[in-house]
Design a protein around this ligand. Structure first.
Ligand code: ADP
Ligand code: MG
Length: 696
């Protein structure tokens, strides 16, 4: 058996009980898992400070001294243990509010200890609350180490499984593992980028000998992680390009006809460029796998439609899959406008399509009579069969998994249909490279001409009457208005009350104005009814939760007021704002908050007020939240990154990607001996993944 597959209970100092805890709490099962349970930071215990030298600027202090005496102070919840601690230079207090009786038993009067913690000053005297406390021993008396701090849970801490204990276990493991650790990168790459060896990196990441070593260890592990991430993505991409043939769509009579006689507007430069890129793919005889990024309103629908016409021109059908019924409906409406101009048969298939209609659609798809179908997951079902599916367009890719993509391909058993993935959530380059590294990428980075940029402002709750005054003026001009309230699942009840209170107050402030209300708890039928009233301009103000985030297109609505804007993420605010600015009038977005907001919130709001550019906004969002939290990326493999942080490691990612690309170009099948480490490691990664899929 592979050493790294050994169960952790067999490690000295672990045993069955602790092993069970670590299984349960951190999903650590094997030696390999434990070695990859990386610390998220390290505390500097290299040297000791003296009490005399404590000052506010020190986040933590590390002091050797003697515990003099202690006593209990206070009553009830204020009850605490206060101990006097001194070294040769001064005296300070150590304070415990919890476990008072335990410490009373365990402290040794006049014992020599090492304390570590955050010092605060009260009336000229320094103290540390709940310090880390260790008896002074010959081993720890010199300091000289960096304490790794590991991700833990409350339960583990309660069972005294803390970072110190974990660090000791890992040290024992590292010593045993040393001869088994294999180099995973080719020697010449290590030389070229001046990386430390895998062994050193593992050791020094857990138990660094110095700050410089820690940095080198991290850099090496990040490089390795990103290299393998990119290697596999690029390999897939190459595989598609070399192994999968694609239909050649070289006829374009219908496209020409549409372009010359029916298209309702001039395409923007960006739309033309993107269509060019797509058309290029369609001529190569290889399957297209392309991502189309473009902000809300940038005009992706027409690009999708023209791509569908290329398919049609070549006797192939197209489908467009969206993640929700509302979105599917919106796409259907948008595409039908164009399809009707051309006499093209287009249908819609979702979970709520009636049985009879459904049967009809199934038949028409099979006979080829239906040329374009728009829908939800319902399209993936096995019963949906096509005469000749040539193009799949997927909207909001991040909500669909790769497996679902593959199911769509399989709808044509002669040849893989071309694939175009569309997303209205612009993402930063580093994220695109890792999330969509196996796709070619196109971006529509220009809005149609004549669009006035949305004006965004920040107002405090205290100024609500002025804001409502402005809303009144806009209503007078004939505009419509959205008022948006947050709805976050954990506190849904409370939020619904917020929404209802808001609705009350809006109807009091605008007694003459017909209102609509829309929230997720409403029946689909009622939602639809309210939406239609607003679309038809029968109601003037839409009071809503984020359900309007997708699926509403009302060009006459030109004002959006977002209440409690601090509770929305940056990309969500941007998505919401995209609901206005769809017509010819100047549009406004007003972000309401209380006076008290955090620095992060302020940055989010300032960013919204400064720019309308989704790509720029996504960069700020990445910096603020880190990649794991960016909308919808959870299921897309990004959480597999253990060491690298896409918000910070763009430069390493670029090197790693370039390296992977070069190796794959020179030696796709890894036949050269110097690439053997890659071959072996890929095989290990594959095994690890199959093990995991069996467990979870
Ligand atoms: P997206 O799907 O990217 O959010 P849409 O395709 O729905 O955007 O386009 C938004 C609006 O802009 C639609 O009303 C569409 O008809 C219009 N539009 C798209 N491209 C252009 C263009 N080049 N010139 C003028 N209007 C356009
Ligand atoms: Mg759209």
């Amino acid at each position: 058996m592979n050493f790294f597959d050994t169960k952790i209970e067999f490690l000295k100092g672990v045993g069955p009980q602790r092993a069970a805890l670590l299984n349960q709490e951190l999903s650590l099962f094997t030696f390999g898992d434990l070695l990859q349970h990386y610390p998220f930071r390290h505390e500097d215990r290299t040297s000791f400070q003296q009490i005399r030298d404590i000052n506010e600027r020190l986040p933590n202090v590390h002091i050797k001294g003697r515990l003099r005496e202690w006593h209990i102070v206070g009553e009830g919840s204020k009850k605490r243990l206060v101990a006097t601690f001194s070294d040769l230079t001064g005296t300070m207090d150590l304070v415990w509010f919890q476990g008072v009786s335990y410490f009373e038993k365990y402290l040794r009067p006049n014992g020599e200890y090492i304390v570590y913690g955050k010092p605060v000053q009260f009336g000229g005297r320094w103290s540390i609350t709940h310090p880390e406390l260790d008896l002074l021993t010959p081993e720890n008396s010199e300091g000289g180490y960096w304490q790794p701090i590991y991700p833990l849970t409350e339960k583990l801490r309660r069972k005294n499984l803390d970072s110190k204990v974990l660090g000791k276990m890992i040290q024992v493991l590292l010593e045993m593992a040393w001869p088994h650790i294999r180099e995973t990168l080719p020697d010449y790459i290590i030389q070229k980028y001046k990386l430390v060896s895998k062994r050193d990196a593992l050791w020094q990441f857990h138990l660094p000998q110095s700050a410089a070593w820690l940095h080198q260890a991290q850099r090496r592990l990040k490089f390795e992680e990103l290299f393998y991430n990119q290697f596999r993505l690029i390999k897939n991409k190459l595989l598609h390009k070399t192994e999968y043939p694609g239909m050649i769509f070289d006829r374009s009579a219908i496209v020409q006809d549409f372009y010359n006689h029916h298209i309702p507007f001039q395409l923007t430069g960006a739309q033309k460029r993107v269509l060019h890129e797509i058309h290029g793919d369609l001529l190569t005889g290889r399957q297209m796998n392309r991502l189309l990024q473009g902000d809300v309103g940038s005009g992706k629908t027409i690009v999708a439609f023209i791509t569908m016409l290329f398919a049609l021109d070549n006797q192939a059908q197209s489908c467009l899959m969206a993640p929700t019924e509302i979105l599917a409906e919106q796409h259907f409406q948008g595409l039908r406008k164009f399809a009707d101009l051309m006499g093209i048969t287009i249908g819609k298939l979702t979970g709520s399509t009636r049985k009879k209609e459904r049967m009809r659609i199934h038949e028409q798809l099979l006979s080829g009579e239906m040329q374009i179908i728009v829908g939800t997951h319902a399209l993936i079902e096995d019963i949906v069969q096509f005469k000749n599916l040539g193009l799949c367009i997927i909207d909001e890719q991040h909500r669909f998994g790769v497996a679902q993509r593959a199911k769509l391909w399989a709808k044509n058993d002669r040849i893989n249909p071309h694939m175009l993935v569309m997303t209205a959530t612009p993402i930063p380059r580093t994220l695109a490279m890792t999330l969509y590294g196996d796709l070619d990428i196109s971006a529509i980075d220009e809005l149609p001409a004549g669009r006035k940029p949305i004006k965004t402002v920040h107002r405090y709750d205290a100024n609500r009457s002025a804001v409502f005054g402005f809303v009144k003026e806009e209503l007078h001009k004939g505009r419509q208005v959205y008022m948006v309230y947050p709805l976050i699942e954990e506190s849904e009840k409370l939020d619904l009350k917020d929404l209802m209170d808001g609705y009350e107050s809006v109807s009091r402030s605008f007694p003459e104005v017909p209102l609509s209300i829309l929230h997720g708890k409403m029946k689909a039928k009622d939602k639809d009814f309210e939406m239609q009233r607003f679309v038809k301009n029968e109601t003037k103000i839409m009071v809503a939760t984020t359900v309007i985030e997708v699926g509403v297109n009302v060009p006459n609505a030109s004002v959006m007021v977002i209440e409690n804007a601090e509770r929305f993420g940056l990309s969500q605010l941007h998505q919401l704002r995209g609901r206005v600015g769809r017509g010819a009038d100047q549009s406004y977005c007003i972000l309401m908050t209380s006076y008290k907001i955090s620095a992060d919130t302020r940055l989010r709001i300032e960013t919204m007020c400064r720019t309308n550019d989704g790509f720029e906004i996504s960069e700020v969002d990445l910096q603020l939240r880190g990649p794991g939290d960016l909308s919808g990326t959870q299921q897309s493999g990004i959480t597999d990154l253990l060491v690298a942080n896409l918000a910070q490691d763009g430069a390493i990612l670029k090197e790693a990607r370039m390296t992977a690309q070069q190796i794959l170009e020179a030696d796709q099948h890894l036949l050269q001996p110097e690439h053997n480490p890659i071959k072996v490691h890929l095989e290990n990664l594959r095994k690890e993944e199959t093990n995991w899929s069996r467990i979870s």
